[in-house]
Design a protein around this ligand. Structure first.
Ligand code: PMT
Length: 407
């Protein structure tokens, strides 16, 4: 049996623009969204209208722009409730610290905030503010509240800011925001409000300062799963071994080298994790000690003493307050039998088995998975890792409530 994806992309986007210097970038965003096939209705806060005129947005969107709640002509043409019902998605970009606070508090003191309260559509926000304002405890608490309510948070980006500071708080680039919201959504926000932790890539276990034990994993499968979880609305932490891949936009990445470092990185974020997916090819064994200097070629043979590395997946599954735990099984033979044994031995909720080898799964653009869980199995046929990851994440999101209720 194969699994059918039910992905859809929003076509009617209500773009809310709030007051901040990044408001000028929203003009480009309107173009990107329209180029991607969306209809765009712009609502400006009064602060935004001080930075960029409504006329600019009207010309770019091809629709009258709404600003105030008390605009009689505007309300007569398309009232705030109609606006709220019209949208497939409400996207606020840039979202200022003030607007995030008002949204978190449930205020309805201007047209945009009122529309957000009145809509049944998913809401996404792309924050933009000074790095200190972003780091402020109040802003972080507001973001946490919004995430828990299912609001999708895009970014912010990290880098130089208009005020001269460096750090997190930049508006993501309009092209990135457009591609994030226009990517077909897995049942719009299927993982909204969830924190998903994913491991990807190989680990490197040092033998001496210049040599290590590792494996063929490229990280492509885990990175594709991270992008799909993000597209499903999750907050995603990607713990990555040494790979040569670009971080999916909007995903928090933690780089590690060894199995021990991956174990520590996973456990430092697991407290808030709802779903853990172990896609990394973690070394099962690591050298007992790493030589201080390069080992010299003095003997015909060389004995390496290895010890078991920590089993990250089993340790997460053994937690008292455990997330939904998904493992992978990379097997060269008896794929289903070995994967089933891992599912049971490590007490997993789900395992994704793949046949691996020089010509399969590792470092390829495509893959196939056999999903096994206590009492069930499902095959996901060979396809690109990006498409496969979407089906996989959609499958997980559908099993999630059942698993959480049963927990
Ligand atoms: O990275 P790519 O090139 O795209 O290739 C993808 C992949 C083949 C690496 C991926 O699809 C995959 O199968 N990942 C898991 C690889 C693996 O280590 O499988 P395993 O059967 O040895 O381990 C079983 C599970 O235990 C895995 O979830 C693994 O992450 C976890 N594990 C293993 C050992 C350990 N010490 N700690 C762990 O958490």
């Amino acid at each position: 049996m194969t699994f059918q994806s039910t992905s859809t992309a929003p076509r009617k986007i209500l773009l809310g623009v709030t007051g901040g210097i990044a408001a000028y970038k929203a003009a480009d965003l309107v173009r990107r969204l329209r180029d991607g096939g969306a209809e765009v209705q712009v609502v400006l806060t009064e602060g935004a209208a001080r930075f960029v005129t409504p006329l600019t947005f009207q010309a770019l969107s091809g629709r009258p722009v709404r600003v105030g709640l008390w605009d009689e002509a505007g309300e007569a043409a398309m009232g705030h409730i109609e606006l709220a019902r019209w949208a497939d998605l409400v996207l606020v970009a840039p979202a200022s610290a003030d607007f995030l606070a008002r949204l978190a508090a449930g205020l309805a003191d201007d047209l945009l905030a009122t529309t957000c309260l009145a809509t049944a559509a998913p809401i996404a926000v792309a924050p933009a503010m000074n790095q200190q304002m972003w780091a402020a405890a109040a802003t972080q608490a507001n973001i946490q509240t919004l995430r828990q309510r299912g609001v999708r948070v895009l970014g912010p980006g990290v880098g130089s800011q208009a005020c001269g500071d460096q750090g997190a708080g930049r508006l993501l680039e309009p092209t990135d925001i457009a591609s994030l919201v226009l990517a077909p959504h897995i049942e719009a926000g299927a993982l909204s409000g969830r924190h998903v932790v994913i491991t990807a890539g190989p680990t490197r276990e040092p033998i001496d300062p210049v040599r290590f034990l590792s494996n063929r994993s490229s990280g492509k499968m885990g990175f594709a799963v991270a992008a799909a979880a993000r597209d499903a609305g999750a907050r995603v932490t990607l713990v990555a071994g040494p790979v040569n891949l670009t971080t999916p936009v909007g995903v928090e990445r933690v780089n590690v080298e060894t199995a021990a470092q991956m174990y520590a990185a996973v456990h430092s974020v697991i407290g808030s994790c709802d779903v853990y997916i172990g896609a990394a090819a973690v070394a099962d064994y690591t050298p007992q000690c790493c030589a201080e200097n390069k080992i010299k070629k003095t003997c015909d043979t060389l004995d390496l003493h290895l010890e078991k590395s920590p089993d990250i997946l089993a340790s997460v599954a053994a937690l008292e307050r455990r997330p939904f735990v998904v493992g992978f099984a990379a097997e060269t033979n008896n794929v289903e039998g070995h994967a089933l044994a891992k599912l049971q031995r490590k007490k997993l909720d789900l395992i994704a088995a793949n046949e691996v080898g020089a010509e399969r799964a590792f470092d390829r653009e495509d893959n196939a998975l056999l999903l096994l869980w206590p009492g069930g199995r499902q095959e996901l046929a060979l396809k690109s890792k990006a498409d496969l990851a979407r089906e996989f994440i959609e499958f997980i999101s559908q099993r999630l409530p059942v698993a959480l209720v049963g927990a």
